[in-house]
Design a protein around this ligand. Structure first.
Ligand SMILES: [Zn+2]
Length: 223
């Protein structure tokens, strides 16, 4: 292990963060601290959480063996617990809190994943005296992600001293480039679908969610 100051990499097991993690392991000698958050937000009836957990369990040992060793940790955040208290969420969804039944699976986490990642990532970065934090989402021309990234910086500013700007993953490269960068064995291990189908793992992808569509488009342009 290196004595360099750590770089924190938020890792979901999707194509983007897998490509970033591989790039940092292969092309740099940075002291990598990869971190995965089990975000309990009800997405995909709670199956996305499980799909990602299984995925990172496969990818992390693979990368350590294939590229080089790195530090890895996980945390769990239950966002569903605060949803019923949030005014904006039901308003946004044009529903009132009491329109939902008690089944928490039906309540979709209102918080952006990247804000959760910025929060936990910054806490970790502060704790281990990191020099940088890789987090975020694919750049979105509509500006949604760009604005959320500003939020990430504000969050980091609050809990990480001295705070550094959050580095947007996947380093402004296209989905196609990320896909091409991953060898098939690794690409096949990644999971991106937000609405996994089936009763138990291994799930199948839905082919309909935003991420499935992005991957489908990128794959068709790659072949
Ligand atoms: Zn999907």
């Amino acid at each position: 292990m290196t004595d360099k100051k750590p770089s924190v990499v938020m890792f979901s097991g999707g194509i983007d963060s897998t490509a970033v993690l591989k790039r940092l392991l292969v092309e740099t000698d940075k002291n990598i601290y990869a971190h995965h958050i089990n975000i309990i937000n009800g997405e995909g009836d709670g199956k996305r959480l499980i799909a990602e957990a299984v995925t990172v369990d496969q990818i992390v040992p693979y990368m350590k063996k294939t590229y080089r060793d790195f530090n890895y940790s996980e945390s769990t955040i239950d966002i569903l617990q605060i949803n019923p208290l949030i005014y904006n969420f039901p308003r946004l969804m044009k529903k009132r809190v009491w329109d939902y039944d008690d089944d928490r699976k039906n309540i979709r986490g209102y918080m952006w994943d990247i804000h959760v990642c910025a929060y936990m990532g910054s806490i970790l970065a502060n704790y281990i005296d990191a020099i940088e934090l890789y987090s975020g989402d694919r750049y979105d021309p509509a500006g949604v992600v760009e604005n959320n990234l500003k939020g990430c910086d504000k969050i980091a500013e609050g809990v990480w001293y001295p705070h550094k700007p959050v580095t947007l993953t996947p380093l402004n490269e296209s989905k196609i480039k990320s896909i091409q960068y991953l060898e098939k064995e690794l690409l096949d291990m990644t999971w991106g679908c937000r609405k996994p189908q089936g009763e138990a793992w291994p799930y199948t992808i839905c082919n309909e969610c935003k991420t499935c569509k992005q991957i489908e488009t990128a794959l068709s342009e790659t072949s």
